[in-house]
Each structure stands twice: as structure tokens, then as C-alpha cells.
Design a protein around this ligand. Structure first.
Ligand SMILES: [Zn+2]
Length: 138
């Protein structure tokens, strides 16, 4: 739990501005007293990646939710986190961790659609993990 002004901050979604880009649907923590806003700690990395990506693309507006969805489709995210020498099993395990973290956030926001999406993603990842484990065993 994050605290500010002695009160616990409220989890919600909001629009943040990064340089010239508005980023919508970002999971945030809001202080009910002073209205300070910070990016939810579980999505800080994803937010940073998206913010950089949007800025380098000079996009005036992006949607964190769509990004998370796009991420389930893999390309952008894998480009960001993968290096060539990494063990594919390790990558899958990292992605599972990441998806589980996001699922915690989605549950907190009672965002059914996002939760479903992440669950599908986790199914795909666990199948992949299984395949990689079998391949390593032979
Ligand atoms: Zn405060």
C-alpha cells in the first residue's frame, strides 16, 4: 500500500501527460487528500516503456489499455525486453510474472475485460513454458 498525507492512496485509472503525449487509462494511485497522482507501482515499467515509445513516435495520445492488449499480442513488448542471448524459457517465465502482476492490478480495478485478456495470455504462456521444458528435457 502507498501512503501520502497519512492517508492510503486510491487505485484508479487516469490520463497522464508525458511531454507532449497524453496517456489514457493508466493504472494510478491517487491521494484523496492532496490529489497527488502517481503511476501504480506494478505498471511503472510498462508505463515507462509506453511513454518512451509514444514520445519517440510523437503520438499525441496513446492508450495504456490498448498497449497492454497489444502486449498480449507480443511484438512491441518482446522487442523491448528481449535480448538475443536470453534463454527463451527465462523470457517466458518473466512474461508470466509480468502478466500475473498486471492481473493483480486488473483485479484491483475490477476490470473484467483486462482480466480475461491476461488470463488468456497466461494460458498461452504456460503452454509455451511447457513446450520449452519438454524441449529442454530431450
Ligand atoms: Zn497527499
Amino acid at each position: 500500500m502507498s501512503f501520502c498525507c497519512g492517508a492510503s492512496m486510491i487505485g484508479t485509472k487516469g490520463t497522464l501527460k508525458h511531454l507532449r503525449t497524453h496517456i489514457h487509462n493508466v493504472p494510478i494511485l491517487l491521494c484523496p487528500v492532496c490529489h497527488r497522482v502517481e503511476v501504480h507501482y506494478l505498471v511503472e515499467n510498462e508505463y515507462d516503456i509506453l511513454a518512451e515509445y509514444a514520445h519517440s513516435d510523437q503520438a499525441p495520445e496513446v492508450d495504456f489499455f490498448e498497449y497492454a492488449e497489444h502486449k498480449s499480442g507480443e511484438d512491441l513488448f518482446e522487442n523491448c525486453v528481449n535480448t538475443e542471448n536470453e534463454d527463451p524459457l527465462e523470457i517466458v517465465l518473466n512474461q508470466i510474472d509480468m502478466a500475473l502482476d498486471l492481473l493483480t492490478v486488473a483485479k484491483q480495478f475490477e476490470d473484467e475485460e483486462w482480466m480475461d485478456q491476461l488470463k488468456r495470455r497466461l494460458q498461452i504462456l504456460s503452454k509455451r513454458k511447457h513446450r520449452l521444458l519438454q524441449r529442454n528435457a530431450t
